[in-house]
Ligand binder design. Structure first.
Ligand code: S3P
Length: 175
């Protein structure tokens, strides 16, 4: 049974790498945010607006416990998922967790280009955004670093680099 779980900060490329890995291995891919949105019939932004971050984290916890029971899947989590409740220990228990690690400057660049709306980042000036990423990443790192595997994705920008990351994950997990 295969269950690969990708974690990392917003903009690290969890969804992109997850999809590419899924295509290559022929294993179904679940993005936790998309799963939440389809189960709740609401966008993540709407959930944040209506229930606040606390409400979102409870829903995220419940949905994580559904998705992470599925077998033969690749799952990409939200950037905050590992940092609430006992989620990180649960993830390690449920699957092979890979932390996609990137520097704040790289995440910042990706997030500036991102089309997806992210409630935690909205209405921030570029200066506020880079400061926020640096500070939050420092707080989250102790959770992320509990992952069994870490992959440096600072170079993850174009198609070739995504392919290389997929190959590296296969090497790490021996699959
Ligand atoms: C969040 C990351 C988002 C989403 C929500 C909160 C976070 O997912 O779950 O907006 O706390 O880092 P992505 O990492 O897929 O953007």
């Amino acid at each position: 049974m295969t269950r690969i779980i990708l974690i990392g900060y917003m903009g690290a490329g969890k969804t992109t790498v997850g999809k590419a890995l899924s295509k290559e291995l022929g294993i179904i891919f679940y993005d936790l945010d998309w799963y939440i949105e389809s189960r709740m019939r609401k966008s993540v932004s709407q959930i944040f607006a209506e229930r606040g971050e606390e409400g979102f984290r409870k829903i995220e916890y419940n949905m994580l416990h559904e998705v992470a029971e599925f077998e033969n899947v690749i799952i990409s989590c939200g950037g905050g998922t590992p940092c609430f409740f006992d989620n990180m220990d649960y993830l390690n228990q449920q699957g092979q967790v890979v932390y996609l690690k990137a520097d704040p400057e790289v995440l910042y660049k990706h997030l500036l280009m991102a089309k997806v709306e992210r409630p935690l980042l909205k209405n921030k000036t570029p200066e506020e955004l880079i400061t926020f990423i640096r500070e939050q990443l420092e707080k989250r790192e102790p959770f992320y670093s509990k992952a069994r595997y870490t992959l440096d994705v600072n170079l993850l920008d174009n198609y070739e680099k995504i392919k290389i990351s997929v190959a590296k994950i296969r090497e790490l997990l021996n699959i």
